[in-house]
Design a protein around this ligand. Structure first.
Ligand SMILES: Nc1ncnc2c1ncn2[C@@H]1O[C@H](COP(=O)(O)OP(=O)(O)OP(=O)(O)O)[C@@H](O)[C@H]1O
Ligand SMILES: [Zn+2]
Length: 456
């Protein structure tokens, strides 16, 4: 069955043709580990996970690389401002190295809780400094760099197709730009290597150009080449990467290899906050996955919510929407547990579901077909087998919900305790939300004079 993706580079749906039969190389720009991830960031990784699972469903062995940006991402995308890691270090009074390790672990825990499959490679920028220096040296040798007082810059005017991915209007950008360019020649030029200068930095290295640190974009060029080759299949990220980060990655690659690094570019749309702005670390409400859990939600309810929107459509977060997703997940788990084993998937539904997923990852339609399946006249065991097959992509882990696991897990017990507390304090709305969380975890709760009792 044909697999189609919307490719940002060509701005059209294209059939996926791998470089190597049966395999797919997938590179995802990862977190900047100076703080916790918010659920907006996590939406982007859920999109990557979905893509990976759909590729696997189509028989591809996926080589998935996620980078970890632990140096060089400045507070402004125009290469000014402070390194986010050094800033995070001041905020927490821990070293930049400590916070990188801490937030990388926190991120890995979040993605595990969301059932996002771990990549084959976690590529940390600070562990690939030599590769980045070598890449910059190649760009320099090919004549695409110049030196300023604060670093080595990429001369974007030397590339005819600079900014093609974003369809950038360079002339317009240049003339509309009122801010001081410092020593940059063109507004779109960007740093490949920044000098430490007089500033005392925690993360810095020697290089042929002087002591300093790599620019943000070069890490992805160097690490994707190392792990996936100079040309690989698919590069993904959030839509904010289109005009700057991915445009610059492509430029670096073109300067060395005369072609972009990847053959397909897919971008996930934002999670917005009420009012339409993107959820971000710097502005608005910062919701972590843990915040959701503290309010009684199952992390997988957020997974459900994200899958209920197409990855290229903006999604506005609301507690009501998350609540509805949690209820739907609870119903799904209940349906799963009631269905008997022993059937075979229904070929008609499989085909219809895969057709939707293969059409640019249409999860809202796949979920609609799932509910249709559960209401259908098909034998219950067939329904369950079909659901099991679909769950390879949805990733709810339904098969782990077998009645064999009858013990009350700690996480559920914690919800029960929190609910008891809420009831004692007459916080009825909180108690209700917690009850729903317990139920969507597959348990029922009954209040007895001796306290709440919980059972499957
Ligand atoms: N609101 C959002 N919705 C979806 N994806 C997002 C959102 N905000 C950031 N992302 C994506 O999250 C990924 C990780 O980004 P990173 O850790 O560098 O955070 P960031 O972009 O600096 O976030 P912020 O703007 O909140 O500081 C990127 O691929 C980015 O595109
Ligand atoms: Zn990147």
């Amino acid at each position: 069955m044909e697999l189609m993706f919307y490719d940002t580079y060509e701005r059209r749906l294209r059939p996926f043709v791998p470089l190597q039969t049966g395999a797919a190389g997938l590179y995802a720009c990862g977190p900047t580990v100076y703080d916790y991830a918010h659920i907006g960031n996590l939406r982007t990784y859920l999109f990557g996970d979905l893509l990976r699972r759909v590729l696997a469903l189509n028989g591809y062995a996926v080589n998935h690389v996620i980078c970890v940006t632990d140096v060089g991402h400045l507070t402004s995308d125009a290469d000014t401002g402070e390194d986010k890691m050094e800033k995070g270090s001041r905020r927490t009074s821990q070293s930049a190295w400590e916070i990188a390790a801490f937030y990388t672990r926190a991120f890995q825990q979040d993605i595990a809780a969301l059932h996002i499959l771990a990549p084959a490679v976690w590529a940390r920028a600070t562990e690939h400094i030599q590769e980045q220096i070598d890449f910059i040296a190649d760009i320099e040798r090919n004549g695409f760099t110049y030196r300023t007082a604060d670093g080595i810059y990429f001369d974007t005017q030397k590339l005819e197709r600079y900014g093609h991915l974003a369809r950038l209007d360079i002339g317009g950008l240049q003339s509309g730009h009122r801010v001081d360019l410092r020593d940059k020649r063109t507004v779109t030029d960007f740093a490949l290597w920044k000098f430490s200068g007089a500033q005392q930095r925690q993360m810095e290295w020697d290089s042929p150009w002087g002591r300093g640190f790599p620019g943000w974009h070069i890490e992805c060029s160097a690490m994707s080449t190392k792990y996936l080759g100079a040309l690989f299949d698919i590069h993904i990220g959030g839509e904010d990467h289109i005009p700057v980060h991915h445009s610059n990655e492509i430029a670096q690659h073109e300067a060395c290899h005369a072609h972009p690094p990847a053959r397909y570019w897919l971008h996930g749309a934002f999670l917005n906050v009420d009012g339409g702005d993107k959820m971000s670390k710097s502005a608005g409400e910062f919701l972590r996955l843990d915040t959701l859990v503290e309010r009684g939600f199952d992390p997988l309810a957020y997974r459900y919510l994200v899958l209920s929107a197409h990855y290229r459509s903006p999604l506005t977060f609301s507690w009501a929407a998350l609540d509805a997703a949690q209820t739907a997940l609870g119903r799904l788990r209940l349906a799963w547990r009631r269905l008997p084993d022993g059937g075979q998937p229904d070929a008609g539904y499989q085909q219809a579901m895969q057709a939707e997923l293969n059409q640019d990852l249409n999860t809202p339609r796949a979920l609609a077909l799932m509910w249709e399946l559960l209401k259908s006249e098909l034998p219950p065991a067939t329904q369950k087998a079909t659901l099991r097959w679909l769950d390879q992509v949805l990733g709810f882990g339904l098969a782990e919900w077998t009645p064999a696991l009858l013990e009350v897990p700690d996480a559920v017990q914690a919800l029960v305790t929190a609910r008891d507390q809420a009831r004692q304090e007459k916080r009825w709305a909180d108690a209700d939300t917690l009850r729903q969380a317990i139920e969507s975890a597959g348990f029922t709760v009954r209040d007895t004079p001796a306290g709440a009792s919980v059972q499957r």
